[in-house]
Design a protein around this ligand. Structure first.
Ligand code: FES
Length: 98
């Protein structure tokens, strides 16, 4: 399985991690110590909302119910239920850890 790169634009210097599609984008971020808030891990609560700056993600058969139309149009996605379809670049998660 080909790994995809997740670039984090909000870190200085930029960092990137590999996502192997067996794990969600959220799992990859958490595993690498990136502070991101999570609750339902099921695409419902919207707490993990994160801007997708480039590339494509895949929800497979899961539904991003925690995402409203405005957030979708603004380019947000839910890392807890998505894997990388291509290399992606993300912005800072909307809800940050305190
Ligand atoms: S943790 Fe609830 S939608 Fe991602």
């Amino acid at each position: 399985m080909q790994k995809k790169r997740i670039s984090l634009s909000f870190l200085d210097p930029d960092q990137w991690f590999l996502n192997d599609q067996r794990e969600t984008v959220l799992d990859t971020l958490v595993k690498n110590g990136i502070p991101i808030k999570q609750a339902c891990i099921n695409g419902v609560c919207g707490v993990c909302l994160t801007p997708l700056l480039s590339g494509e993600i895949d929800y497979a058969e899961r539904q991003p119910r925690g995402l409203n139309e405005k957030e979708k149009e603004s380019g947000y996605f839910l890392p807890c239920i998505s894997t990388c379809k291509t290399d992606i670049c993300i912005g800072k998660p909307k809800v940050t850890l305190r």
